[in-house]
Design a protein around this ligand. Structure first.
Ligand code: CMC
Length: 428
């Protein structure tokens, strides 16, 4: 017999079905609650609300577990390639050798963007934030590929849209950076792998050939894998909810990019470096900032600390801390901000305020440090996150469409004025 919970409202008992996930997670299915009882549930920030049943990513915040399609993040980060993980997330299984070669070829042959895209880039002021440029350009893909506007076409067409997105985002992202720098853009080099090609498009100059350092390419591969999906976070929920109106994949992903931009989400890696620079410019008094973060009257928070779901440790942070050490050692980087980061981490991990609230460095504390060491400018950090998160957004959009989920439309509890009569302006 199906498991149920009992809910008693005004003396009436209602049976609420219990759903059990494949990892034993329990949920009360309240989808019929309003029809049966006239009540809704209220959960601001959706801290305790499941919006879907998903087979993509499993995350246990208490135990620090993260798995894509059942595979532990530690194994994927250590042993796989980003495009392989993208395939896994999007299509549900690790690709066989031939499938993987075909997929990589498909992504590689679509790396060029339409030359008319240059005109759009030219329209942006040179100091535009690359996240704004990225989301606009991703939206503009609907203009270049109008058939993508109807996402309910054949699976082949949906796949072409998916492949184009994976292939073109690195080119758009690198060009957004070049525009900001006032440098000529680099065309993709299809002889390079996904990560190396992106580094080439970012760093090659007409005056200087950029040699891809394998340690740097490997760290980038890891970073992208670690960011590839994270179940129903702010940007992913945005992609699903925007996509649920049957808008195109490009526009749903553009919405996800905008959601990611905020400093409480993907913008945190940029905010980390800005915070470290502010501490350095203010004389390097770390304790002062630790105290500021604890002051309830001060809005300042330690960026890169804390997480909505990981309450013991962020498994991604553990992996990336090691990669950060490797990159810093290999590149021999000497940077006062990185010294401040190390000291801040030590102090905060011992401080009672942070210990009591289970506040640990999250993945973005270290990712910002690696990007900085690689020479990637601060405003590009969230773009790097978007590049990594792309397969997750695509996989979640695809799952939402295949499951034929209804349009997302939460309810609310209205707390405004009750009905009152309009008063003409001269009588107010
Ligand atoms: N610095 C100081 N205090 C903090 C911090 C912080 N970074 N994070 C949480 N707290 C305190 C908060 O003031 C509250 O204290 P109290 O219980 O005394 O009121 C307590 O810890 C719980 O905080 P919360 O705001 O209820 O936690 P949340 O789950 O709503 O927020 C968070 C999670 C990530 C938004 C938050 O920890 C934060 O703002 N961190 C800094 C920004 C950051 O690094 N974001 C990147 C997240 S990882 C990337 C991603 O996956 O998107």
């Amino acid at each position: 017999m199906a498991e149920t919970a009992q809910l008693i409202i005004d003396g009436n008992t209602y049976e609420v079905p219990i759903i059990t996930g494949s990892e034993g997670e329990k949920a009360l299915d309240i989808s019929k609650l309003r029809a049966q009882t006239g009540h809704i549930t209220l959960d601001i920030g959706y801290k305790n609300t499941g919006s879907t049943q998903s087979a993509i990513t499993f995350l246990d915040g208490e135990k620090g577990i993260l798995r894509y399609r059942g595979y532990p993040i530690e194994q994927l980060a250590e042993q796989s390639e980003f495009l392989e993980v993208a395939y896994l997330l999007i299509y549900g299984a690790l690709p066989a050798k031939k499938e993987y070669e075909e997929f990589k070829n498909a992504v590689t042959i679509h790396t060029l963007v339409h030359e008319d895209t240059q005109k759009i880039f030219d329209g942006f002021p040179s100091n535009s934030h690359p996240m704004g440029v990225l989301s606009s350009l991703v939206s503009s893909l609907t203009a270049f590929y109008p058939r993508s506007i109807d996402p309910g076409r054949t699976p082949q067409e949906v796949n072409r849209t998916i492949v184009r997105l994976l292939a073109k985002i690195p080119t758009i992202a690198a060009w957004a950076y070049k525009g900001e720098m006032g440098h000529p853009v680099n065309y993709p080099n299809n002889e390079l792998d996904y990560c190396s090609n992106f580094l080439h498009m970012l760093f090659s100059l007409p005056t200087e050939k950029y040699e891809v350092d394998p340690v740097v390419a490997d760290a980038l591969n890891k970073l992208l894998i670690l960011h590839a999906d994270h179940e129903q976070n702010c940007s992913t929920s945005t992609v699903r909810i925007v996509g649920s109106s049957h808008t195109s994949l490009y526009t749903a992903v553009a919405a996800g990019i905008n959601a990611l931009w905020g400093p409480l989400h993907g913008g945190a890696n940029q905010a980390v470096i800005e915070m470290l620079e502010a501490i350095r410019n203010d004389g390097g008094d770390i304790q002062k900032y630790v105290k500021k973060a604890q002051d309830k009257d001060d809005p300042f928070r330690l960026m890169g600390f804390g997480h909505r779901v990981y309450k013991n440790f962020d498994p991604r942070a553990k992996i990336i801390k090691k990669a950060a050490d490797d990159v810093l050692a290999k590149l021999g980087v000497d940077d006062p901000c990185l010294d401040i980061a190390k000291e801040l981490e030590e102090i905060a991990l011992r401080d009672q305020y942070f210990v009591d609230r289970n506040l640990y460095p999250n993945v973005d504390f270290y990712s910002g440090i690696i990007y900085r060491a690689m020479g990637i400018p601060t405003e590009m950090f969230t773009v790097m996150f978007a590049l990594g998160r792309l397969p997750g957004w695509i996989a979640q959009w695809k799952e939402m469409r295949e499951n034929q989920e209804p349009i997302g439309r939460p309810r609310q509890v209205y707390i405004g004025e009750t009905e009152r009569d309009y008063v003409s302006i001269d009588k107010r």
